[in-house]
Every structure is written in C-alpha cells, then in structure tokens.
Write a protein that binds this ligand. Structure first.
Ligand code: GLN
Length: 259
C-alpha cells in the first residue's frame, strides 16, 4: 500500500463517521505517523508504507474516530504565525481569535512599550502572538487553571517570550495590580445549557472551564469588565472576543461601566 491508497481509504472511513474535514484529517494523521510535513507526503504519494507505519496510523485514526480533535492527536495547533502546544487542559485556539491580535496590533504602534494583561490565557496563544509582534511591550497572563498556565508557559518558552510575560495562577476576581494600557480576553462564553449542542470533538475533549460562561453565557464577561474598569489606565483599551449573539447586551453593560 502507498500513501495515496492509505489516504483515500482513511478519508472514506472518516467521511462515514461524518467528519467534514476527513481528507485533511487523514493527511495530518499520516504526517504525525511519519514525522513528515503534509506537503512532503503530498509530493510523495507513491511512496510505500510498512507494517509498523500502518499500525501506528490506524491507532491515531481510531482516536480520531472516537472524536479526539486533530490538535490533540498532533499535540499542537497553528494560530497566527506560530504553533502552540495544546492538551486537554486548554481551549484549542480558534482562527476567529486571531481577530484579537489584529485589533491589538492596530492599537499598538510598532515601537510601543505598553503593559498588557491577558485574562484567561489558556494556551497563551493571544498574548504570546501579540508580544512576538511587539517586542518592547510587556505582559501579564492570568488563568485560574494551573494546568492551563503550565501549557502557556511552555508555549512562551518555545517562542522565546517567557521573560516578557509574567504568568499568574489566579482568578480574575482576586487579581489586583498596577494599571494596564491594554487588556485582552477570550473568556468562556457558551451558555451552560448549550454545552449539549456543541460538536462531540469539543464537548468530549475541551475543558468546560474554558468553554462555559454560566447560565446566561455572559457571567465571565461581567467579571472581566468589572475588573478591567479598575485595572486599565485612563484611555486604556479592552479587547474581548464575544459570542455572535452577545453584542447587544455586552455593549449595554460596557456603556454602563464607562467604556
Ligand atoms: N485565551 C485562550 C484562547 O483564546 C483561552 C480562552 C479560553 O480558555 N476561553 O484560546
């Protein structure tokens, strides 16, 4: 059997399990199995595979069929310009969260030396990406999950910004500090009652702590906004990721709180 035949067969299997990225998933699983890039595999589709590769490939394929996210099988996820280590203790970075980076970079000129806070840093993907782009800035990243913070620290070391980011294991409620120029946050914002309707990949594998925003889905935003009011300098900025139906209510809450 060659790469091509293996990939065709595996994508057929994944399709029958209703995975909509079946072909890409199969390619990434083979890439993980062989320790080769996806591009290299696609350029060598006639290459033969041996028994050992087949066995390992089938092991990962089985995990995928059991809804293990590709990011967990690979152990990393691409976000912005970088690879981030992920595991079951952190939210897998989502492409839409890159919008936070874009907005932050609009606010921060190239040579800016601002002080930034990331609330609920998870894998650290947001703050690490910002600091990589604005090397004179410094930052604090907090998370109430110690296990998440460990992942964030590893990512900061991997991307050589660990000296510029202070990681703290603390809940936003309990955090007091000097003032910040910019606060960024992608807090959990799914309504508790909506957990059941999420993709199996998500609900079986990603931390509830990173997903659920309480009864209304807005509870953590309220905490973050209240705290940001106190932690921001005059004219400081707050950038939040919110759910697609949450803008109206949050705008109102932000206005009441002087934003
Ligand atoms: N800040 C991290 C991210 O955007 C984690 C967010 C979260 O756990 N809700 O991916």
């Amino acid at each position: 059997m060659n790469y091509q035949e293996l990939l065709v067969d595996a994508s057929k299997q994944l399709k029958s399990y209703k995975f909509n990225s079946a072909k890409l998933d199969a390619e990434l699983i083979l890439s993980k199995t062989l320790g080769l890039s996806r591009e290299t595999i696609l350029l060598n589709l006639n290459e033969k595979i041996n028994e050992k590769v087949l066995k390992n490939f089938n092991y990962y394929l089985k995990l995928r069929k059991q809804n293990k996210p590709i990011a967990h099988i690979l152990g990393f996820k691409d976000f912005w310009k970088y690879k981030f280590k992920v595991d079951k203790n952190v939210l897998i970075p989502r492409p839409e969260t890159e919008l936070i980076i874009e907005q932050a970079l609009k606010i921060l000129p190239k040579s800016s030396n601002k002080n930034i806070l990331d609330i609920g840093t998870g894998s650290g993907c947001i703050i690490i990406s910002i600091i990589k782009e604005r090397e004179n800035c410094k930052a604090t990243a907090i998370d109430k999950s110690l296990k998440a913070l460990k992942v964030a620290k590893l990512n900061a070391e991997m991307h050589q910004v660990n000296k510029k980011i202070n990681f703290l294991n603390i809940d936003v409620d309990k955090y007091f500090s000097n003032k910040y120029d910019l606060i960024v946050s992608n807090p959990p914002y799914i309504k508790n009652s909506e957990l059941i309707s999420l993709d199996k990949d998500v609900k079986l594998n990603e931390p509830k702590l990173a997903l659920l925003g309480g009864f209304s889905g807005l509870e953590i935003f309220f905490k973050v906004i209240n705290k940001s009011k106190k932690l921001l300098k005059r004219n400081g900025k707050l950038i939040l990721e919110i759910g697609y139906k949450q803008a109206k209510e949050l705008k109102k809450y932000l206005k009441i709180n002087g934003f």
